[in-house]
Design a protein around this ligand. Structure first.
Ligand code: S3P
Length: 430
């Protein structure tokens, strides 16, 4: 059931500190790697969001023992050979990461299974994953030659491949690397642009050897992963909403604690700095092969920027909220090379442009991005989320600077990545 929400903030200022919830990409991987590994894996700071719970649900159906106690999760496995063939369809909900990485994992297992996702997942392209996996010997049956779920997977023996990635996608790269774990020989993945590297880092954390030289990744099959302790950093893609809020809401100063600062994810910080936002980073640390730190942001006088090229994979999920930021910056912000936005939870080029226009923004869609002219005062309106968590949160942050109320049509979709978003927001609105 979808429930709408009215957001009416009378000229707020934002003050205080937030502990940003766990990284979604790393939370998924902690369960997947724990299930593949032999022994017990304990996870601290796990993101208990709808997407990550879909991953837990899939592995529970494979017979992996997983216990969840808030942000602490433990995974007990005797390795993939001990998994049971599921007697139910594996449901991946709204989660692209669950769907695509599971295809890679299950392709080289010894079991048969069927994957299906929600309405959005059923429209998202899977051939980008099933094509390279088929080159490794994988066996799939899915709609339009393995393009869409439901997809049936017959686990089989795989061979290593050399694969040049046609798109910058960590989900595709990770699916291949996870399949490679069970493949004979070496797998080489060559990226055109570097995408998030949590899989490479976590493979090392679980005891595997992987070589990464510039954009070439080499990984030998047949390695055994060993259960370990994983500390999940806060998600910079969730922090992004409050980084932008702190910069655009008058008289604000926010500190966001425990934020993952892996450089394949920090494109948003580069853009904020280029647009003149006042941000400082402190308390740098390293947890489970990942950098973390605290970020402070203050109300800023912003200027426009061009966001393109190899920056795009480093901030792909932050583009909706960066578009809102650009409406408050002087000049023309151009976002290009971001065609991938069309195949996210919804077509995010159309969604962002349509919804920000309703609030009075000067924004237009292009073939591979959008152009935004600012600064523009925004007014209220009735916004659609398209069931997309990041569009919902962008609308909520926009409502902090609109002259009247914003209504969003679906509050629940935000739980896909940030279940306590509104509770945290309430603590900093003054
Ligand atoms: C993710 C990779 C990205 C990102 C998604 C999470 C991951 O998707 O947009 O939210 O965890 O590997 P693509 O691989 O499609 O770029």
């Amino acid at each position: 059931m979808t429930v709408s929400k009215v957001l009416d903030y009378a000229q707020p200022s934002l003050q205080g500190s937030l502990r940003i919830p766990g990284d979604k990409s790393i939370s998924h991987r902690s369960i997947m790697f724990g299930a593949i590994a032999e022994g017990t894996t304990t996870v601290e700071g796990f993101l208990q969001s709808d997407d990550c719970l879909s991953t837990i649900d899939c592995f529970s159906k494979l017979g992996v023992k997983i216990s969840v106690d808030g942000e602490n999760v433990s995974v007990h496995s005797n390795g993939m050979d001990a998994w049971k063939e599921p007697d139910e369809i594996l449901y991946t909900g709204n989660s692209g990461t669950t769907t695509r990485l599971m295809l890679g994992i299950l392709a080289g297992s010894s079991i048969s299974s069927v994957l299906i996702g929600d309405e959005s997942i059923q429209k998202r392209p899977m051939k980008r994953v099933t094509d390279p996996l088929k080159l490794m010997g994988a066996s799939f049956i899915g709609r339009e030659s393995g393009q869409y779920t439901p997809i049936a997977i017959e686990g089989t023996k795989l061979q290593g491949i050399t694969y040049k990635m046609p798109v910058a996608s960590a989900q595709v790269k990770s699916a291949i690397l996870l399949a490679a774990l069970n493949a004979e020989g070496e797998t080489v993945v060559i990226e055109t642009e570097t995408s998030r590297d949590h899989t490479e880092k976590m493979l090392q954390h679980f005891g595997a050897t992987i070589s990464v030289e510039d954009k070439t990744i080499r990984f030998k099959g047949g390695q055994t992963l060993t259960g370990t302790h994983v500390v999940v950093p806060g998600d910079i893609s969730s922090a992004a909403f409050f980084l932008v809020a702190g910069a655009i809401v008058p008289n604000s100063k926010l500190t966001l604690q425990n934020v993952g600062l892996n450089e394949t994810r920090t494109g948003i910080l580069d853009v904020l700095q280029a647009m003149n936002a006042k941000i400082t980073i402190q308390a740098l640390n390293n947890v489970s092969h990942e950098e973390i730190g605290d970020i402070t942001v203050e109300t800023s006088t912003l200027k426009s920027s061009v966001i393109s090229g190899d920056l795009i994979p480093r901030l792909i999920d932050e583009i909706p909220i960066l578009a809102l930021l650009a409406t408050q910056a002087t000049g023309k912000t151009i976002i290009k090379d971001a065609e991938e936005l069309k195949v996210k939870e919804t077509n995010r080029i159309d969604a962002v442009v349509n919804e920000l226009k309703k609030l009075g923004a000067t924004i237009s869609a292009t073939a591979d991005g959008m152009v935004i002219e600012g600064p523009t005062p925004l007014h209220g309106g009735d916004l659609k989320t398209y069931g997309d968590h990041r569009i919902g949160m962008m609308a909520a942050i926009a409502s902090l600077i609109t002259s009247s109320a914003v209504t969003i049509d679906n509050e629940a979709c935000i739980a896909v990545s940030y279940p306590n978003f509104f509770e945290q927001l309430a603590t900093i609105v003054k």
